[in-house]
Design a protein around this ligand. Sequence first.
Ligand code: HEM
Length: 173
Amino acid sequence: MKGVIVLALKEMVIETYGIDKWKNALAKAGIGEEPLIMPISNVDDQIFLRVVNSLCEVLNISFIQAADAFGDYWVTVYSQKMYRVYYENVKTAKEFLLKMDSVHVASTKSIPDANPPRFEYEWKDEKTLIMKYKSQRGLIDLMVGLIKGVGKLYKEDLKVTKLGSDKVGIVFP
Ligand code: HEM
């Protein structure tokens, strides 16, 4: 996983829960000294997940709650600073979500060894979009949290439902 995701997670935890929680989670995950992470660094997926799981224990929250908190922070705070350009001229959650496949390709194009998730889109009816998740990482809960964050950003009451390990249903208002 790219370092930028870890840096966003760290910032979210420190801002929301305090630096001690972050340090406790690293210690619990067996990381004695925190390595210097850059946005384009590669962080081993297993280590990343170990830190997330330790964080859930330290904060006493479920993986789904952590994914929702991260999704909200990434969309409404972190990417607003780092990736402002992708929000320019985008007026609705629908428009933004439909750009997500190309945004993941574009935002990782210049990063060596990036392995971004890819998305396919299928309209079930005029208000219901099925987003297919294509990634080996199995982070569909994270995808759900991120989509909810998009609904919050655009102040739209989206109904977001996990439809299995590789599909999310989104009903637009
Ligand atoms: C401006 C907004 C966004 C940008 C710039 C962005 C960029 C990125 C980047 C750079 C990664 C790391 C990829 C890697 O390590 O190879 C990532 C991961 C991920 N992104 Fe986004 N993202 C954005 C919003 C979203 C949204 C709204 C969704 C939900 C559909 C989403 C779903 C995911 C998921 C699930 C991952 C985890 C990696 C995986 O499952 O394989 N992202 N994103």
